[in-house]
Write a protein that binds this ligand. Structure first.
Ligand SMILES: C[S@@+](CC[C@H](N)C(=O)[O-])C[C@H]1O[C@@H](n2cnc3c(N)ncnc32)[C@H](O)[C@@H]1O
Length: 516
């Protein structure tokens, strides 16, 4: 539902007016236990589901039809079942349980109903009543942190590859306004020598500790909590930090206070430390960030949405260099700041840089980013393969013959990015690594990923040269066999390669992984 001045008319307005219908249907399905009923009972018709839930069969069928169109359930031969979306997010034990987040949004309805009053008063008007018992307050805090934990769950995996490789051994991490602590705990999980201080108000930190202790002992034992109201400066911390996380906290207060939090955080950075600000920013997903801004208005004392530009400018005023704003694939984004601006260069802020550690983890000595336009073509390369190599006309080099010199130039010309994959024999292992690299790149979103390897195909343990290839899906051309001058190409990446002069000399293998 996006406003388009060329298209939006009465229908758009009606869709805005009925958008709460979606939410009501979702809350009803979740709160009724319908999803659990469908999960626990195979072959369940609408009438049987209605019987279990105490509903009328006809309306139940109609409600299920709506949920089907919303992608939450499906039906086969009259039996209703959960879609993958619901099974993954909306039932007990789901791998990415979002129920606490959804219920928290449901309960914000009361605050949203005060919007006219808030606009008139200029401030929040609905506050928790004074007569809530401490036990109830505690239960509310637990629910809130469960909701925040669910919100951050899907976002951390996208951010970790941006900075974990830039952290030193024994990195000290500070998570400011940490909530459940999931962000810092995920960093500890990824960086086995790191330690973390989880900072929140004293009413929250006992709950934070409970969340932290649910992690494996080897991770939980490297985290401790710090009680600190971050509006009271200076913060009582014991050390400078290599990484300071400010996730979904800058929006919690008014401009002067949020600026003060950013300034204070900057003073606790180690000289090469990295500050990470994750939040909803007004440059990204404008409607959602403005809705979040109003959500802060009705639901907090003086929180609001900020622009990434304001955040970067505030950090610059605090003596830090800031990265460009990086929108995530969800409704939030991240930016980094460092006192030592050169450290921003150590971060992996583009998708190719984030792919490199995954590729190296497959066993490559190096994966060097390489502009596809730098690949050097030369007619001699194919000739070297055809004349002078005993595999020249073997089945193991069939891809090279199928792909002409011009085909190769056209194909490579269609890409912007590549990784030069550096490795060593045995040939079969190297080629299997190349195939795994191509698959990893594809899974990471580089849907055009294609790899050239080196040498005759050595994938299968046994290859009958007389019969057609039994494994064509795992066959790729070699760079040299398709007309790429491997010597000149790798030289452009700063690598050295020279013809082997004697037996026993170290053999270098290079593959070319085309991306985009
Ligand atoms: C929206 S949650 C974010 C939690 C976590 N950083 C995340 O991204 O999931 C905000 C957290 O900041 C904490 N917080 C709010 N105001 C604070 C203050 N003045 N001092 C310390 N913590 C505060 C809250 O208790 C809560 O845990």
């Amino acid at each position: 539902m996006k406003y388009d001045p060329h298209k939006s008319g009465a229908q758009y307005l009606e869709d805005l007016a009925t958008s709460y219908w979606y939410a009501s249907a979702l809350f009803t399905a979740l709160d009724s236990g319908l999803f659990e009923v469908l999960r626990e009972n195979n072959q369940l018709g609408a009438e049987a589901a209605a019987g279990i839930l105490g509903w009328q069969p006809g309306p139940t069928e109609r409600f299920l039809r709506l949920l089907k169109e919303m992608g939450l359930v499906d039906v086969y031969e009259g039996n209703w079942y959960l879609t993958g979306l619901t099974a993954d997010h909306l039932v007990d034990g789901a791998p990415h349980d979002q129920r606490a987040n959804i219920r928290w949004r449901r309960d914000l309805r009361a605050e949203w109903d005060t919007l006219p009053d808030v606009l008139a008063a200029g401030t929040r008007t609905l506050f928790p009543s004074d007569d809530v018992s401490e036990a109830d307050m505690h239960a509310r805090r637990v629910d809130y942190l469960k909701a925040m934990d669910a919100v951050i769950d899907g976002k951390i995996a996208e951010m970790l590859p941006m900075f974990t490789r830039a952290l030193p051994e024994n990195a000290a991490v500070l998570d400011v306004g940490c909530g459940s602590g999931k962000f810092a705990m995920s960093v500890l999980d990824a960086c086995p020598s790191a330690t973390a201080d989880l900072m929140d108000i004293r009413q929250m930190t006992p709950i934070t500790r409970t969340f932290a202790d649910a992690w494996p002992e080897a991770v939980a034992s490297r985290a401790q909590t710090i009680d600190q109201n971050i509006l009271e400066r200076p913060w009582q911390v014991r050390r400078p930090y290599d990484l300071i996380i400010l996730s979904n906290i800058v929006h919690a207060t008014a401009e002067a206070e949020s600026a003060s939090v950013l300034e204070e955080a900057a003073t606790h950075l180690a000289p090469d430390g990295i500050l990470l600000v994750h939040d909803f920013f007004t440059e990204h997903d404008p409607v959602k960030s403005r809705l979040s801004d109003i959500n802060m208005m009705v639901n907090t004392y003086n929180g609001r949405a900020y622009s990434a530009k304001w955040t970067a400018d505030t950090l610059k005023a605090a003596g830090c260099g800031a990265s460009a704003f990086l929108p995530l694939s969800t409704d939030t984004g991240v930016l980094f700041a460092c006192q030592n601006e050169a450290r921003l260069g150590d971060l992996a802020l583009d998708p190719v840089a984030q792919l490199i550690p995954k590729i190296e983890a497959l066993g490559f000595a190096d994966a060097i980013p390489f502009p596809a336009g730098d690949v050097v073509f030369a007619p001699f390369a194919r000739n070297k393969c055809e004349y002078g190599c005993r595999s020249a006309y073997d089945k193991t080099c069939v891809s090279n013959r199928d792909m002409s010199y011009d085909d190769t130039r056209t194909l490579v010309g269609d890409y912007h990015h590549a990784l030069l994959l550096c490795s060593e024999p045995p040939t079969g292992d190297f080629q299997r690594r190349c195939l795994a690299a191509e698959a990893e790149a594809f899974k990471s979103g580089f849907y055009k990923a294609f790899v050239f390897w080196a040498g005759p195909c050595s994938i299968c343990a046994v290859c009958d040269p007389e019969t057609p290839c039994a494994n064509p899906a795992h066959h790729r051309p070699s760079m040299e066999g398709c007309g790429i001058d491997v010597y000149a190409t790798v030289a452009k990446a700063g690598e050295t390669l020279h013809p082997l002069r004697r037996r026993g000399e170290t053999v270098k293998y290079y593959g070319l992984l085309l991306l985009d």
